[in-house]
Ligand binder design. Structure first.
Ligand code: BEZ
Ligand code: FE
Length: 292
């Protein structure tokens, strides 16, 4: 927009940015100034109509109404707009040799049980048994002993325990890496699932002709003193949704083969009488404070 109208519009933006000039907190002033400039630029770019502004306010109001302690529709909105992954990428940039990070998601739950090495985090969750093993190392190759490895996943029906009625605790648990940095546990093969799409975010996806599906994955959060916390997933190689994750969380390096086995003896010596899976995931943590 040029001419008088353009000048009038710019004057509104300048006035609002200037209104934050007295903010004590420098960072707050910078962030709010930039937010205002970008919001105004967006409105001018699309020539936002009054009806569209009303619709946007209605949309955000519905998001507020559906959000509570168990459902965080604002985070879901950030996820489907790629803002969560952008923020993850800026705050945990890929570091030389370290395992890549991805979105945390809404299904982590406090109070998951500790699992002995080789134990079962499935705890009766429906699905094909899956043996997960690997190591935790530093970027210099040193094994990390006693790292805490939190794991959570959806079952074969694409549901997390917290999505069932009652107080199930299945498909989640935590364990520690051993003296050689190694870890191993049983779980179930995860399945693809739709993110909650019965609310305003679901409407947004439908209007955009976008699907709600996430490719099958297992969540990991790995912490050890002196190392940066890692929040990540492993994805199932060959999953049909790898190239259209509703929340843009897939990284090529996180896609792993879940090898199908039939009967025989599992790595922990267990005699298997049906189909089971096996996946290896070596985790590399970046020392705290280290950049690229
Ligand atoms: C998840 O993987 O659990 C998840 C991530 C973002 C939005 C919804 C679910
Ligand atoms: Fe998930």
């Amino acid at each position: 927009m040029t001419g008088d109208q353009g000048l009038r519009e710019q004057a509104v933006t300048d006035e609002v940015v200037a209104s934050f000039a007295g903010a004590k907190d420098e960072r707050y002033r910078v962030v709010m100034g930039s937010l205002v400039r970008h919001l105004h630029a967006f409105a001018r770019d699309v020539r936002l109509t009054q009806e569209e502004w009303d619709a946007a306010i209605g949309f955000l109001t519905r998001i507020g109404h559906i959000t509570d302690d168990r459902r965080q529709e604002f985070v879901l909105l950030s996820d489907v707009l790629g803002l969560s992954m952008l923020t993850v990428g800026m705050n945990a940039p890929p570091q030389q040799g370290a395992t890549e990070s991805t979105v945390f998601g809404p299904f982590f739950a406090e109070g998951a049980p500790e699992i002995e090495p080789g134990g079962d985090i499935g705890r009766g969750a429906p699905g094909t048994p899956c043996w997960v093993s690997g190591s935790v190392r530093s970027t210099d190759g040193t094994p990390i002993t006693d790292a805490r490895i939190d794991v959570w996943e959806a079952d074969e029906d694409g549901l997390y325990d917290v999505q069932y009625a009652g107080n199930r605790m299945q498909g989640r648990g935590w364990l520690r890496s051993g003296a050689d940095g190694g870890y191993r546990f049983w779980s179930v093969r995860p399945a693809p699932y739709p993110i909650p799409d019965d609310g305003p975010v679901g409407e947004l996806l439908a209007r955009g002709a976008r699907g709600p599906m996430r490719p099958a994955h297992v969540h990991f959060m790995v912490t050890a003193p002196g190392f940066r916390r890692l929040v990540t997933h492993i994805f199932v190689e060959g999953d049909e949704y790898l190239d259209r994750d509703a929340v843009f969380g897939v990284r090529r390096s996180l896609v792993h083969a879940f090898t199908e086995r039939e009967g025989g003896t599992a790595p922990d010596g267990r005699a298997m009488d049906g189909v089971w899976n096996e996946v290896a995931f070596d985790i590399v943590l970046a020392p705290e404070g280290e950049t690229t």
